[in-house]
Every structure is written in structure tokens, then in C-alpha cells.
Design a binder for this molecule. Sequence first.
Ligand code: GTP
Ligand code: MG
Length: 208
Amino acid sequence: MQIKTAIFTKSSAKLSQCPPMDLPEYAFIGRSNVGKSSLINALTNHGKLAKTSGKPGKTQLINHFLINEEWYLVDLPGYGFAKISKSIRENWEKLIMSYLFERMSLMNTFILIDSRHKPQKLDIDLIEKYGMNSLPFTIVFTKTDKLTKNQLAKNIAFYKKYLLQQWEELPPIIISSAIDKLGLDEILQSINKTRTQFDAKLIPKMDN
Ligand code: GTP
Ligand code: MG
């Protein structure tokens, strides 16, 4: 699949503000600064579609991007930055949980994990939430250009082993870099596999 058009549709502070659930959508989630917006820009070959920043916490809204007029890419607000008030954190939790459980057009979530770090509690908690609720997800390791081949292989092996302590099976895993444009085809292929399974008629009409 080739991305021909990528258009920013809207930013939503609540689920009820999101676009109608009439197209399949694919969300990117992960810690603040993990590279969600950068990966969306690399995928769409569009330098400034999603706002990126060295400052964590840039994306605080649910951002929908319409791709090829057929499906949505969704940039979700990041979690885990240090200086954050309790109310913002609770708000994030509420927003994300309502999105994950009520957004019936959500076909898959790409959970982005910084390939440089050991498993972190917030990421593992999120993976657990998906697993326990049988929500489909794919793990995408980011910023792999910052590691040597050896370090990367070691870190991925460690992560897999860690997950296998808890789970019987590993989820699909993609190795990526927005800088080296690595893993982009794999992400698009994974999207393409389920895109046509979406049937808008099966989704009850909501007010939004
Ligand atoms: P929030 O919106 O705050 O949640 O962050 P985000 O996950 O959208 O991260 P963003 O894409 O804004 O990237 C954060 C920083 O990491 C920026 O300075 C990017 O340039 C850098 N970055 C993102 N992806 C890569 C990558 O693949 N390689 C390298 N070397 N840097 C990256
Ligand atoms: Mg962002």
C-alpha cells in the first residue's frame, strides 16, 4: 500500500469530538517523546503532518489524520512525562481508556517503545491492559538508529524474554526508526491486512 494523501482531520479533547466511526482506524500510543508523531510523519512522508517536539507532552489531544481518503491514523497523547499534575494524568487515563474501549472503528494499536530502554512499568502496564482485554496491538520499537546492531538485538531479546514471563505468546513486533525510515513498510502491511475487515454497517450509529 502506498500513502497518496494524508490530511489532518481534527484534534479532539474527548471521545465525543472524534470523527464519525465510519472508517477503519489505527492508533499510535506510547510514552511522551517515544516518537509517535515522528513515525506518523515518516509513514506519510510528510515532514510536518503531526507536530513533533523535543519537549515531552506536545500531543495532548487525539489527532486524526485521514489517509488515502480510506482510513485514519491516530496520534494519541503520550504518557509518563515527569512534571505532570495528577489531574492531567487522570484526564489522560480517562481519555485513553474511553478511546480504547469505545472506539469501535479502532482496528489495531501500535504501542511504541523506545528501543534504548529496559522494560518500563508504564509501558508494561499498558501492554497488560491490552492483553487482559484482548485488544489487538503491535509493539513497535522506536529510535533504533540510536543503537548499534548488537545493542539493539540485545535489548529486543531482553524485552521479549521479559514479556514471555507474563504471556504465553508474543504480540507482533516491528523494529523502526523514523530517521532511517525503518519498519515503515511493515507497519503499512500490517494495516493493510485488517483494513478491509472493517464494516461500518456493524457499528451502531452514535451521536458523534
Ligand atoms: P509526545 O507528542 O510528547 O507524546 O511525543 P512523541 O511520541 O510524538 O515524540 P516525537 O515524535 O515528538 O519525537 C520526540 C523526539 O524524538 C524528537 O526530538 C524527535 O526528533 C526524536 N525522534 C523521534 N523518532 C526518532 C527516531 O526514529 N530516531 C531518532 N534519532 N530520533 C527520533
Ligand atoms: Mg507527539
